[in-house]
Structure formats: C-alpha cells, structure tokens
Design a protein around this ligand. Structure first.
Ligand code: FAS
Ligand code: PHB
Length: 389
C-alpha cells in the first residue's frame, strides 16, 4: 500500500488532518488502534475556539456543528461569593462555540465513511520506520495480517500515550513537564445547565466548573486530590460538594440528577520539543498536554493541524518545503502561549495543598484585579477565544 501522508492516531487531530488533506486531493491513511465506538466513548473537550470552528467548516463539516452548537459570548469567573462576567464578544469581537469533542470526532468518522480505506481502526503494532530517510513507511497488524504503507510523510497524532513521540531519539528530544497535585472529578448528567454560559468557580474548598453540551446535558467538574477514588463519590456527594463551591444563587438554582458518566482526570502541563523528526510531524496531545482549565487541549491540537496542513499543501502544490521546515518552530510558539494561559488559569483558580496565607491572599488579589481591570479581562478573553493562528 502507498499514500502521501500516513497518519498515526484516529482522534480529532488525525481525523481532521486527513479530512483537510482530502479537500486538496492529498492522499492519507489514518491508522487508529481502537475501534470507532471506543474513540467516540471518550468524553473529552467541550469548547471550540474560532480557529477550530473554521477548520471544521474548511473540512466541509460545518453543517451539523453550525446547527447544533451553542455560541457563548462570555463566561463567569466566581470567587468568594462574587462573580466577574468576562465579555468575550465585547472585549475581543469573538465568541466560543460549545460543540463537544465527541461530536467533532463523530462528524469526522462519518465523513471518512465516504472513502473506504482512508481511516483504518483496530490496527495493532503500528510502527513508523526510516523516518530519517526520504522513503519512510509504517507497518501495522490488522485482522492478524501485517501490512506496510509506504509514504512521503508521517503525522504522529496518537496522543500522549502514543508511540510517535518516542520515535524522536531521546538525546534529540527535550520534554518539559509540570504535574499538578490534584485532579478533576467530572460528571455528565442529563440535566439543564445551571447557567447559560460556563462558570469557573474558585472557593476555599477548591475549584469547580459548570459546563454543558446542550440544554439538557450538563458537564460539571470539581477539583479533588489524586488520592480520591471515583467509586467513593456518590452522585449526592458530588452535587453537595459542587454546590458548596458555587455562589449561593447558582447552588440553589442547580437541577441535579443521576450521572451518566463519572471519572477523575489528572492535570498536567507537558511539551515535547521539537515537534518534528525527519519525515515525522507530531500534532496534538502527542506533542503537548495542558490542564483543561483553559479549554485549550483540543484547540491547540487544531492549530498544529492548521500549520501542518498548510505546510503539506505548500509542499505538494508548490514544491516548497518551507512550511514543513518551520512547522515545529511555528507550532511551538502558539503551543507555549496556550500552555501559559492554561497554567495561569489553573494556578489562579485551584487550591494547592502547600499554599501559605500569603499565597491565598495573592490569589484573592488576582481575582480582585481581574474584577476591577478591563485590561485584565481583555487578556483573559483574548486567550480564551483563541489567539490568532
Ligand atoms: P487523542 O488522545 O484524542 O487521540 C489519539 C488517538 O491515537 C486515540 O484515538 C488513540 O487510541 C490513538 N492511538 C494511541 N496510540 C496509538 C498507536 N500506537 N497506534 C495507533 N493509534 C494510537 N481538552 C479540552 O480542551 N477540554 C477538556 O475538557 C478536556 N478534557 C479531557 C479529559 C481527558 C480525560 C483527557 C485525556 C483529555 C482531555 N482534553 C480536554 C484534551 C483532549 O481533548 C485532547 O486535547 C484531544 O483529545 C487531542 O486530540 P488528539 O491529539 O487527537 O489526541
Ligand atoms: C467541558 O465542557 O468539558 C470543558 C469546558 C471548559 C473547560 C474544560 C472542560 O475549561
């Protein structure tokens, strides 16, 4: 088998890259380890930046998204009983789009149905070879048969636990990591959202987030120690803790119900440099991870895909490899800005076990400054709606 771009990983990064390449007649094959249903069962991101929305439309997949999404012109930051409305639209002229990653990935898998063989699932032992040559190839096992795909380039879109990043020799790879001393306990419930926009709340008991997927599907999170076990959190215990972390009028208005999904996710900041090795290009979680506090995970994968897609088009249409040569540097510049914002939101809104009284007072001063300064609110808004590509 031969293709132009072999893509390892059939999550949003790999699927979106393949779908975009198709619009330019550039051949690709996506090799996904899991089944389509397994990939779609993972509850992940909820908020799309304007850049991601634009890429979905560019990929020809804007119709259902534009019909079913919710556009949010702002968010609420709540602290110690106070609320700070952040007016994205007024401050930046832009909004954000509520359309879950599950739906994005569903649209991408559905679109792939039109091209049998472009997305292959349940592929085992996927392995790229000769990445430092001009004839790379990828081997994998499907239905018990070992297969080989010869290609021009390999896109490593296989997430944090994938194999692509490991293909960069350890002595050539520099990894930056920060782990946070807490996780997020999240639930999904078929209940109306407590507020028409998201609420990011910080309190003496810790961080909480009120999000949503639609008018009868809410997504809530509370910060919890990583020693917690999800089986120790009954729905009643979760709702009670969530209410304690919100301003009273939201807590009283909250409609609760049974959780249909519940889990604890760790928080980490991580960046691998470089994001390229020979004919291999890393995209998305394969190269970087952010704590979800800034809603930047999927959205930073999107900007990687934008840069790599345009670099590949430049190469195949103009025989110009400049974009490919500059991909890692270009992508990392925006990655680090997303890392900074996600770290800042996490640091300001969570309680840390080793915080001193001074630290707590500084957090309050940060919130009071945000409350009182339109410039501070504009900085938050610019980052949240998405920095330009
Ligand atoms: P993904 O991890 O989504 O996809 C990688 C794919 O590669 C997977 O399907 C995997 O099965 C496959 N794969 C792995 N190894 C392979 C191999 N060897 N061979 C073939 N295939 C292989 N982001 C937000 O913005 N907001 C959130 O609220 C949020 N919540 C999250 C919660 C959790 C528990 C996690 C883990 C992440 C969350 N994220 C969130 C971040 C998330 O949305 C990622 O940024 C997004 O999934 C990135 O997409 P991909 O880069 O495609 O990686
Ligand atoms: C979500 O709805 O899953 C979500 C929204 C915003 C975040 C994190 C998660 O910052």
């Amino acid at each position: 088998m031969r293709t132009q771009v072999a893509i390892i990983g059939g999550g949003p990064s790999g699927l979106l890259l393949s779908q975009l390449l198709r619009t330019k007649g550039i051949a690709s094959v996506v090799l996904e380890r899991r089944s389509r249903d397994y990939v779609l069962s993972r509850i992940r991101a909820g908020i799309l930046e304007r850049g991601m929305v634009g890429l979905m439309r560019q990929a020809g997949l804007g119709e259902r998204m534009d019909k079913e999404c919710y556009v949010h012109d702002g968010t609420l930051i709540a602290f110690d009983g106070e609320e700070i409305p952040i007016d994205f639209k007024g401050l930046t002229g832009h909004s954000v789009t509520v359309y879950g990653q599950t739906e994005v990935t569903r649209d991408l898998y559905d679109a792939a149905e039109a091209d049998p063989g472009r997305v292959l699932t349940e592929c085992d032992e996927v392995m790229p070879h000769d990445l430092d040559s001009d004839k790379p190839y990828v081997t994998f096992v499907k239905d018990g048969q070992t297969q080989r795909i010869d290609c021009d380039y390999v896109a490593g879109c296989d997430g944090f636990h994938g194999i692509s990043r490991q293909m960069i020799p350890a002595e050539k790879r520099r990894e930056y990591e920060k782990t946070y001393p807490f996780g997020w306990l999240g639930i999904l419930s078929e209940t109306p959202p407590v507020h028409e926009e998201l609420i990011y709340a910080t309190s003496q008991r810790g961080f909480a987030l009120c999000s949503m997927r639609n008018e009868n599907l809410s997504r809530y999170f509370v910060q919890c120690p990583m020693t917690e076990k999800v089986e120790d959190w009954s729905d009643d215990r979760f709702w009670d803790e969530l209410r304690r972390r919100l301003p009273a009028h939201h807590a009283e208005a909250m409609v609760t119900g049974p959780s249909i999904e519940k889990g604890i996710a760790p928080l980490r900041s991580f960046v691998c440099e470089p994001m390229r090795w020979g004919r291999l290009f890393l995209c998305g979680d394969a190269a970087h991870i952010v704590p979800p506090t800034g809603a930047k995970g999927l959205n930073t994968a999107a900007s990687d895909i934008h840069y790599l897609f345009n670099a590949l088009v430049q190469f195949y249409e103009e025989a110009d490899a400049e974009g490919l040569e500059r991909y890692s540097e270009t992508a990392l510049t925006r990655v680090w800005k997303a890392e900074r914002f996600s770290w800042w939101m996490t640091t300001q809104l969570h309680r840390f076990p080793d915080q001193t009284d001074f630290d707590l007072r500084i957090q309050r001063a940060e919130m009071e400054f945000l409350r009182d300064s339109e410039a501070a609110q504009k900085v938050l808004a610019e980052n949240y709606v998405g920095l330009p590509y």
